[in-house]
Design a binder for this molecule. Structure first.
Ligand code: SAH
Length: 353
């Protein structure tokens, strides 16, 4: 049994059942044994592939999106360019390469990467060496004074969630208990005071308090200091009930409880809840739009065509496959959504019709 699983069992033995959020926090972010704290889970040889790892085109288009958004906001001559949860640093590298076409944008940008994992931070430093970048552990360390241009790709889905189950006597939090070294779900004895709407018995409601706080903070910053934030993740545009907590290892669904720390744990992002929070902070919310439509509007086909002009047949095929993967509704094109936030009254953001 892994050291982390023993640590979790020990905690449950002394404190009683833990919440799903507490379990995710330990499984993903335990300082020594947490999944993201240990190393590099991304890519074909890892556990899952994210859009920037599928093709350089993704980051290039997002980089140009920010250049356009910055131009449309009067080209502020000093702004914070922030990425939350940058993984391997690939998205930032591709965005900055594409943004070279507007050197004034790069001159005006103070770049921050917000990353909790020192193992991933080391990989990001490698990917981005030679560039002037600051790393910080939380957005709180990024000053409030300058306009904020911020991107978060597959960041929100990796934040711990709480789950609640509708029963005959109200909503009970879903907890994790143990017996004979095995972990399993139970319900908390007491019903919660919170209500999550009319639902049939057995329905599950998911709540991500950290995502709500992060998006609320970003929205009030953009409302006050200007800028724009772009969130890309898989999830639903309309809130609903359902259990979306999942474990993935080596590109396959895995058991939630068998190997904490060895599998990725994620949940679908509730874009409706997050867009309500952003609007309440006096921002315009754009989308959520399906990733496929967003990338098409940004010209993914034209960029792919250009890249294919100078390469061999095998690479041309790989480019076509990557575009298909990023945009096709049966792959990442529909389930992945793009939502943007900017101060109310500011110019529209590119690629949102
Ligand atoms: N954006 C990357 C990787 C997403 S994985 C990509 O598209 O490839 C999630 C990332 O968020 C990891 O880098 C993880 O360490 C980081 N992370 C998770 N919670 C965080 C938090 N609270 N603060 C900062 N980084 C966090």
């Amino acid at each position: 049994m892994s050291v982390l699983k023993e640590k979790i069992l020990c905690r449950i033995a002394s404190e009683g059942p833990i919440t799903v959020a507490q379990y995710m926090e330990m499984a993903l972010y335990d300082p020594e044994h947490g999944y993201y704290m240990k190393g590099d889970p991304f890519g074909a040889k890892g556990d899952f592939i994210t859009a920037p790892e599928v093709s350089q085109i993704f980051g290039e288009l997002i980089g140009l999106w920010f250049v356009q958004a910055w131009e449309d906001r009067g080209r502020p001559d000093c702004f914070s360019f922030v990425e939350l949860g940058p993984g391997r640093g690939t998205l930032m590298a591709d965005m900055l390469r594409a943004a070279k076409m507007r050197p004034e944008f790069l001159d005006a940008a103070k770049i921050f990467l917000v990353e909790t994992s020192s193992a991933l931070r080391a990989i990001q430093q490698q990917t981005l060496k030679g560039l002037s970048i600051r790393w910080c552990e939380s957005l709180a360390k990024v000053g409030h004074d300058a306009p904020l241009f911020l991107v978060a790709n597959e960041f929100l889905d990796a934040l711990p969630i709480n789950q609640f189950v509708k029963t005959g006597d109200g909503w009970h939090e879903r907890m994790i208990a143990s017996k004979d070294g095995n972990l399993f779900f139970v319900l908390s004895d007491k019903a919660t005071v919170s209500q999550f709407g009319a639902a049939t018995i057995g329905s599950i409601f998911e709540q991500c308090t950290i995502a709500a706080e992060v998006v609320g903070d970003i929205a009030s910053r953009t409302a006050k200091s200007g800028g724009a934030a772009l969130f890309i993740d898989y999830g639903h545009g309309e809130a609903g009930f359902g259990d979306t907590l999942q474990a993935v290892k080596q590109h396959k669904y895995a058991d939630l409880f068998a190997e904490p720390g060895e599998v990725d744990l994620t949940s679908h992002v509730d874009f409706e809840a997050l867009s309500n929070i952003a609007r309440a902070a006096d921002t315009y919310v754009f989308g959520p739009a399906p990733q496929g439509a967003f990338l098409k509007a940004l010209g993914i086909d034209a960029r792919a065509k250009k890249l294919k002009e100078t390469v061999d047949a095998e690479t041309r095929k790989a480019i076509d496959n990557a575009v298909e993967r990023l945009t096709s509704p049966s792959q990442m094109g529909h389930l992945f959504k793009v939502m943007a936030v900017a101060a109310s009254g500011s110019s529209p953001l590119p690629a949102f019709s």
